[in-house]
Design a protein around this ligand. Structure first.
Ligand code: PGA
Length: 250
C-alpha cells in the first residue's frame, strides 16, 4: 500500500504570523493521521514554519528553487540553502511557474536532479491545459512531461519522485476533474513510469491529484486506486479546511 501524501501549496500567501498561527492550529487536528502532511510555504515563511512544526508530524516544503548550489543568480534560492535550514520537500515545475516564470521541462529535470543531490523530496507537477484536453492530447502531454522530468534518474530516484497531476483548467477555478478522469490520468502516468523503470518502481511512485481539491471532494478523489494524495492550494490556507482533507479517511 502506498502512503498518502497530503501537501498544501500556499503559493504567494501567508505572512509569518499567519503561518505560525495556521500551523499551531493544524498540529492538533492532524497529530493522529497515518497520512504524510506537508506544507509548501513561501521562502519568507520557511524558517518560522520549520520552528513551529518542530516536534510535530507536519513536514515543510518550498515551492521552487534554483538547480545550482550557489552562484551569481540574483534573487534565487538554492537546494543547498533549503536543505541547510531543514526543508524536506520542494515543489518543482508547478504550472504557474511554467506559465509565468519560463520553467521548462529541461529546467524541471535539472531541478529534480538537484533536489536528489541535496536530499530534498521533489513534488513534480504535470498537467494539461483545457485546450490540450479538448484536442485529445492530455495523456500525451502529461506522460511526456513525466518522462522529461525523470530523464536520467536512477530507478531509486524515480521511485522517490512524487508526481502531482494538476490539470491546469482545474487549478484555482473551482472545477475539479471527475475522480474517474483524475484517476485515469494518474494511471497513464504510472504506466509511463512502468514503461521506463518497470512495474515495481511504478507501483511505488506516489502520484497526487491537484486542482480545486477541497473537503467536499477529497474523499472521493483520494479513494481512487491510483491517486496517492493531493496538492492543495486554496483549501490549504486554513487549518479547518486543510485538516478535513488530511483526515479524509477518519
Ligand atoms: P487549488 O491549487 O487547490 O487552489 O486549485 C492547487 C495547486 O495549484 O497546487
Amino acid at each position: 500500500m502506498r502512503k498518502k501524501i497530503i501537501a498544501g501549496n500556499w503559493k504567494m500567501n501567508m505572512l509569518p504570523n499567519e503561518a505560525i498561527e495556521m500551523i499551531q492550529q493544524l498540529t492538533d487536528y492532524v497529530k493522529d493521521t497515518e497520512n504524510e502532511v506537508v506544507l509548501c510555504v513561501p521562502y519568507t515563511d520557511l524558517f518560522y514554519a520549520l520552528l513551529t512544526a518542530q516536534g510535530t508530524n507536519i513536514k515543510i516544503g518550498a515551492q521552487n528553487m534554483h538547480y545550482e548550489e550557489k552562484g551569481a543568480y540574483t534573487g534565487e534560492v538554492s537546494p543547498k540553502m533549503l536543505k541547510s535550514i531543514g526543508v524536506e520537500y520542494v515543489i518543482i515545475g508547478h504550472s504557474e511557474r511554467r506559465q509565468y516564470f519560463a520553467e521548462t521541462d529541461e529546467t524541471v529535470n535539472k531541478k529534480v536532479k538537484a533536489a536528489f543531490a541535496n536530499d530534498l523530496k521533489p513534488i513534480v507537477c504535470v498537467g494539461e491545459t483545457l485546450e490540450q484536453r479538448e484536442a485529445g492530447n492530455a495523456f500525451d502531454i502529461i506522460t511526456s512531461q513525466t518522462e522529461k522530468a525523470l530523464d536520467g534518474l536512477s530507478p531509486e530516484q524515480a521511485e522517490n519522485t512524487i508526481i502531482a497531476y494538476e490539470p491546469i483548467w482545474a487549478i484555482g477555478t473551482g472545477k475539479t476533474a471527475t475522480s474517474e478522469d483524475a484517476n485515469e490520468a494518474c494511471k497513464k502516468i504510472r504506466e509511463k513510469i512502468s514503461e521506463i523503470y518497470g512495474q515495481n518502481v511504478a507501483n511505488r511512485v506516489i502520484i497526487q491529484y491537484g486542482g480545486s481539491m477541497k473537503p467536499e471532494n477529497a474523499k472521493e478523489l483520494l479513494q481512487m486506486s491510483d491517486i496517492d494524495g493531493g496538492l492543495i492550494g486554496g483549501a490549504s490556507l486554513k487549518a479547518e479546511t486543510f485538516e478535513k482533507i488530511v483526515n479524509y479517511n477518519k
